[in-house]
Design a protein around this ligand. Structure first.
Ligand code: NAD
Ligand code: UDP
Length: 317
């Protein structure tokens, strides 16, 4: 199949490209390298069935790209870490989510492709239901600093359903909960990479707020598997479907695990909690279990070991 992966040089996108190339598909990886890096797909660059297209998803797909007819589109292009989508990047993030979605949906419509949207647990905002089920409509601050991402992704979901209803496009939506693993950008600002890099460099471990907020962490390999299952699921299963690991930890528990595993003398320091930082988050993955016969296989302890090994090598330790 001809498969387009937007955001393909990013953390998740690069694993996805690798997996699809391993399955002998022809892969077109489109990215502007805002948070991604070409090194993430270095091992694929000399493969005949892999092409990298340096491009912004906000630009419509045009004939100059000389794409063949595309069968599947994974739409991952969007910064995913709060420091990279807020501040000066906020307007661009909203455009990437919304205009990027329209551009990719138009391509899916033209080629009759199936298109999968990488949505997010952020669409639940500060959840008043716990754990979060797909039927929960969320509690998002529409004018807050996270809104460019949260509302951008919510608007993308609604566009997907409008193209499904009005244009008959085959859509798939996954709502991804916090995912970590090797190849995260060390300056990304997300909690797992921050804590591991801080511990390994013997810097202070920065806990935002009181560290009692919770997240449920999924290992990248588990997530790629379920994304592919979702893309190839029965035609009338559109989602949205939650994907993630339902094992829930406080951020303080995570910090203690990282310190113990790295045997680091780093100290915990408390920093202000970012605005609108959700207090609790845990997916109900009953739908993914039932429809996709999937559940995560890698526990946080094992995934952290693999991720710590990656960063040790990356930092030359
Ligand atoms: P990432 O930042 O490593 O990857 C995002 C990729 O999109 C990068 O390669 C970046 O350069 C690219 N990109 C950003 N804006 C672009 C634009 N305008 N045009 C073209 N490319 C652009 O993050 P990730 O963790 O790999 O996330 C991938 C997707 O999964 C994102 O859509 C994100 O919202 C979603 N997601 C991830 C998580 C997670 O925990 N990792 C959780 C929820 C949702
Ligand atoms: N966090 C933290 N220290 C850090 C980075 C993040 O305590 O150095 C907290 C952050 O406030 C949030 C949680 O860890 O409560 C997860 O943050 P991340 O940015 O990884 O993901 P998201 O907030 O998007 O779930």
């Amino acid at each position: 199949m001809n498969i387009l992966v937007t955001g393909g040089t990013g953390f998740l996108g690069s694993f996805l490209c690798e997996r699809l190339i391993g399955e002998n598909h022809t892969v077109f990886c489109l990215d502007n390298n805002y948070t991604g890096a070409i090194e993430n797909v270095q091992s694929l660059l000399d493969r005949k069935n892999f092409s990298f297209i340096e491009r912004d998803v906000v630009e419509p797909i045009s004939d100059d790209l000389r794409l063949p007819k595309i069968d599947q589109i994974y739409n991952l292009a969007c910064p995913a870490s709060p420091p990279h989508y807020q501040g000066k990047a906020a307007i661009k993030t909203a455009k990437t989510s919304v205009i990027g979605a329209i551009n990719m949906l138009e391509l899916a419509k033209k080629d009759g492709a199936t298109i999968l949207q990488a949505s997010t647990s952020e669409i639940y905002g500060e959840p008043l239901e716990h754990p979060q089920k797909e039927s929960y409509r969320g509690n998002v601050n529409p004018i807050g600093v996270r809104a460019c991402y949260d509302e951008g992704k919510r608007c993308a979901e609604s566009l997907f359903f409008d193209y499904y209803r009005e244009e008959g496009v085959n859509i798939k939506i996954v709502r991804i909960f916090n995912t970590y693993g090797p190849r995260m950008n060390q300056n990304d600002g997300r909690v797992v990479s921050n804590f591991i890099v801080q511990a390994l460099k013997v810097e202070d471990i920065t806990l935002y707020g009181d560290g009692k907020q919770t997240r449920s962490f999924c290992y990248a390999g588990d997530l790629i598997e379920v994304m592919i299952r979702m893309m190839n699921s029965r035609k009338d299963f559109t989602g949205p479907v939650n994907i993630g690991n339902p094992d829930e930890f406080t951020v303080l528990e995570l910090a203690k695990k990282v310190i113990a595993k790295t045997k680091s003398p780093s100290k915990l320091v408390y920093k202000p909690l970012p605005k609108d930082d959700p207090t609790r988050r845990r997916p109900d993955i009953g739908l993914a279990r039932k429809e996709l016969d999937w559940s995560p296989t890698i526990a946080l302890d094992d995934g952290l070991d693999k991720t710590i090994a990656y960063f040790k090598q990356k930092l030359g330790l």
